[in-house]
Structures are given as C-alpha cells and as structure tokens.
Write a protein that binds this ligand. Structure first.
Ligand SMILES: Nc1ncnc2c1ncn2[C@@H]1O[C@H](COP(=O)(O)OP(=O)(O)OP(=O)(O)O)[C@@H](O)[C@H]1O
Ligand SMILES: [Mg+2]
Length: 324
C-alpha cells in the first residue's frame, strides 16, 4: 500500500514579544492509503497544531518547518499558495470539533453543498443538486431533498456535523484530517457520528488522521495510534500494542486513567500526577520525567528518541522501554 502522507521532523513554534512556545517538536509519521492513524494526548500536547501545520493553516504567530512533508506527488513545503488551496478541502478534507464554524449561517445547506459541488467539484447545477441529495442521504439526514432548503440552525448539532461530513466528502478527498470530530456532540450521538465517519472512510478508501483525547474512540477506529506528549510523539503502534502492551510510562498512565466501564469498579485513578508542564518550561532530558512514576536519575538528562520496543512498528521514546 502506498504512502499518502509522509511527515518528518515537523516543528512548530509560536513567537511573541516575550517568549517562544514550541508546540510541535520534531514529529514524524506516515499515513498509508486507506489507513486510519490516531493521534492522542492530553490537552495542549500539540495535536491540533500538528494538523494545522500540515495544511499551513496556523495562527499568524505560528511558524513551522519540516524536513519532509510529502502528500502523494506534492511536497507541501514547496507547493504554491494556489496549489495548497486546491489541496485543502479537495484532496485533504478537514473536519473540526465545531460544525457551526464550518457552515455558513446565512446560506441554506443546499446552497452550501451546491456551491462546493459546482465551484470546486466542477458539476453542473443539475448534477450538483442530485449529488447533494445523495450526499445528505448518505449521512442519514432524513427527507434530504426537502431539507436542502433549511439553514444550519434548523438542524441539531449532530446533524450539522453530518452535513459537514457530507460537504467534506463531496470532493472525495484522499486524506481526511478529523480533529475531535465528535467532541462537541451529545454523548448519545457521538458514537453514531463516529461510526458514520468510519463507514464512509472505509467506503471511499480514504486515509484518515483521527485526533481525539478519547481513548475509546481511538481504540475502536484506528489501524495505528500515536501518543503525543508536550509536542513529541512518545509512542506509536497498533491499537493492540498501545492498549494491551503499552511501553511508555505516559501511555501506561493514560490507559490507567480510563474509568472502568463497570460502575461498581469505578475508581478515580491518580495515574497522571500533576499538570502537564507549561510549553514555556519544557523539562530537561525526557520531558515526561517530572510526572513519571518510573523516572530514574538519567531521565533528567537523556532525551530518548523513538525506538523499536517490541513487535515490528511498535516504537516508544523511553530509556526503560528497551528493544526486547
Ligand atoms: N496561537 C497560539 N499562540 C501561542 N501558543 C499557541 C497558539 N495556539 C496553540 N498554542 C499552544 O500550542 C500548544 C499545542 O496546542 P494544541 O492546540 O495543538 O493542543 P491540543 O493537543 O490540540 O489540545 P486539545 O486537546 O485541548 O485540543 C499549546 O501549548 C497551546 O497553548
Ligand atoms: Mg486540539
């Protein structure tokens, strides 16, 4: 299977008059055709900034660089602004947490779908209308033909996210970047929307970078998983590697922090001690040593790189997760 996206040595920082925050600090990964790659980590670990850096959609004070950023035949590092605009949306789809930010409140859903399908998708008006109805059907919006005339506020939030998914998939992107796609929804609709997204990913054979801090969502939907801590990938592997034989103490702590599903066993785990350090004061050596229950003196000095730690493709950045 071919590689759809290859990223190596991605670094992103934010510069203000007083300080410089390094949000992403040397991140490398690949996504294969048809693969769902998960990205997990606590709030502030750099997940969204990683995604935005790939598409050069950073806030204006953000600066990013990389050794490699290859999307299919194009280097995103050297692509012209015009080529990048083409790639965004059309070849790499984006879905964020808040569907209302992606929809125009003063246009009907039909107008938005038709605009995308005619201007960006190159369809005639008639073809676009048929396609729009089919797309809404596909994302389970009942009575699709009539609902084309409704405005976003006339739909529930879960339906709005389904509409955003329809809009995004209308251009049949090769890669979908979904950043907490269900986080703003009611718990009851979260699973339905995620199942829909996964279903469409499979049908369209898309690759997906799925960002979430919900380990359950990641475990259920990904082919491989990356765990991020303070701007670095600290572990990568299959869901079995990550959830059954986690090697990095941070991953182990994250997993222990999942509440038990049996309410009788429900315990509050004190697995992750303390707050994530400020990105303004990244600890020396291994950046997790300040919260690590297994830290040794050398962890304050040695900054471990990702290395093989078990099955092929399972990597962890910890001196204790040696290659066996
Ligand atoms: N515009 C900005 N200026 C300065 N720092 C920023 C800016 N945007 C993000 N950051 C910092 O970059 C770091 C990474 O942020 P990011 O949004 O990628 O985290 P995240 O992993 O997506 O968190 P969450 O789970 O809360 O979405 C954080 O320390 C954040 O404060
Ligand atoms: Mg985020």
């Amino acid at each position: 299977m071919g590689t759809v996206l290859q990223v190596a040595g991605l670094r992103t920082h934010f510069q203000s008059a007083e300080h410089r925050i390094t949000a992403v600090d040397g991140v490398s990964f690949e996504i294969a055709q048809n693969e769902v790659l998960g990205l997990v980590g606590e709030s502030g670990s750099g997940k969204s900034i990683t995604a935005l850096s790939i598409l050069k959609l950073l806030p204006s004070n953000g600066v990013s660089s990389a050794d490699v950023m290859q999307f299919q035949g194009d280097s995103l590092l050297t692509a012209s602004p015009q080529r990048l605009r083409e790639i965004r949306g059309k070849e790499i789809g984006l879905i964020f947490q808040n569907p209302l930010a992606a929809l125009n409140p003063v246009l009907t859903v039909g107008e938005q779908l038709l605009e995308t399908l005619t201007l960006r998708g190159g369809l005639s008006k008639r073809e676009a209308k048929e396609k729009a109805i089919a797309l809404l059907d596909q994302v389970n919006i009942p009575d699709a033909a009539r609902r084309l005339g409704d405005y976003p506020h006339q739909f529930s939030l879960g339906m709005c996210q389904r509409i955003v998914i329809a809009l995004t998939l209308s251009l049949t992107p090769k890669l979908l970047i979904a950043d907490e796609p269900t986080a703003s929804l009611d718990v009851t609709v979260q699973a339905q929307v995620m199942a829909l997204l996964k279903d469409l990913q499979r049908q369209h054979q898309m690759s997906m970078l799925l960002i979430s801090h919900d380990l359950g969502v990641i475990a259920q939907n990904c082919d491989r998983v990356m765990v991020m801590y303070l701007g670095r990938i600290v572990e990568i592997g299959t869901p079995e590697d990550i959830f059954l034989t986690p090697k990095h103490p941070y991953t182990q702590a994250l997993i222990r922090a999942i509440p038990a599903t049996d309410p009788r066993q429900k315990q509050v785990f004190d697995a992750l001690k303390g707050e994530i350090p400020s990105p303004l004061a990244i600890p020396s050596g291994c950046r997790f040593h300040t919260r690590c229950p297994m830290a040794e003196p050398r962890c304050r000095q040695e900054d471990p790189a990702l290395r093989a730690c078990g099955k092929a493709g399972h990597l962890a950045a910890c001196v204790l997760a040696g290659g066996f």
